[in-house]
Design a protein around this ligand. Structure first.
Ligand code: PGA
Length: 259
């Protein structure tokens, strides 16, 4: 891994790396350090995990560390940010499938420590399920590291523009920009689920450390606005500007418009 590429303006919590791989490996090492520190203390590490293109290399590196360096996930409790609703559990486009495929089946995390918003709950059960999800996070001691990507509309999790900063886990309507981006996995817009269950901005804000990872030029405009524009519910990621526990980790393409 090469060292930091540059810090274009004086924000202590911004790291811009030369390549997407360097940025991702840096994030994986932060996560691994937490897991190992908690192991030494005989404690759990509670991870808030994300899906999408962005975290794939992070998960690859964690798997590499598991296979080659003996990094164990036996003390990890995970909570995923979101899941489409409804979507069958065995659907390859579900976030549950993504997580098992890209991380969980390759490491020694205990299945009962994995939490993903439930795609199987009935309409009538959704509110109870969401309350239960939030309570499980609190019971686990809160999220130690929350990993986030950013949508091109500024969403974090599936907290779409207009989401309250005090929102908690709930059923959400997906924004058109989000559905269009999901087209890489679905054949047509009609096939993309119109809803999802997402943890809220309040849940994210309570994490002890938050890492927002953004990679590639296609994220550069939204990163510029989210980090240096107005803090507004119309751009959910802008809430992170005011949180001291946030670290923005970018590759140079994603950070190219910052100044
Ligand atoms: P991506 O999605 O990693 O696939 O770009 C990020 C997000 O929508 O949060």
């Amino acid at each position: 891994m090469s060292s930091n590429f540059k810090k274009p303006f004086s924000t202590p919590n911004l790291n811009i790396f030369e390549t997407s791989e360097d940025a991702s490996i840096y994030v994986a090492h932060l996560i691994a350090a937490l897991i190992r520190e908690r192991q030494k203390q005989g404690q759990h590490a509670v991870l808030g995990l994300a899906t999408g293109t962005t975290p794939k290399i992070v998960y690859q590196e964690l798997i590499r560390m598991h296979n080659i360096e003996g990094l164990s996930f036996s003390n990890v409790i995970s909570f995923n940010l979101d899941e489409y609703y409804p979507i069958p559990s065995n659907d390859e486009r579900s976030f549950s499938y993504f997580m098992h495929n890209h991380l969980f089946q390759h490491v020694d995390i205990a299945p009962h420590n994995i939490h993903i918003p439930n795609f199987n709950c009935s309409n009538a059960d959704i509110i109870n399920h969401c309350v239960d999800y939030d309570q499980k996070i609190i019971k686990a001691g809160g999220i130690d590291i929350q990993l986030l990507g950013i949508g091109r509309n500024g969403h974090i999790g599936f907290n779409e523009p207009g989401s309250d900063f005090d929102s908690v886990t709930r059923l959400v309507d997906l924004d058109m920009a989000t559905k269009e981006d999901a087209l890489r996995d679905f054949i047509s817009l009609e096939e993309v689920p119109s809803h999802a269950i997402s943890i809220g901005i309040h849940n994210i804000s309570r994490a002890k450390k938050i890492i927002l990872l953004a990679l590639g030029e296609r994220k550069s405009k939204i990163i510029k606005t989210a980090l240096q524009g107005e803090v507004t519910t119309m751009l959910p990621a802008s809430v992170l500007q005011d949180l001291s526990q946030v670290e923005f980790v970018l590759d140079k393409e994603a950070g190219m418009l910052l100044g």
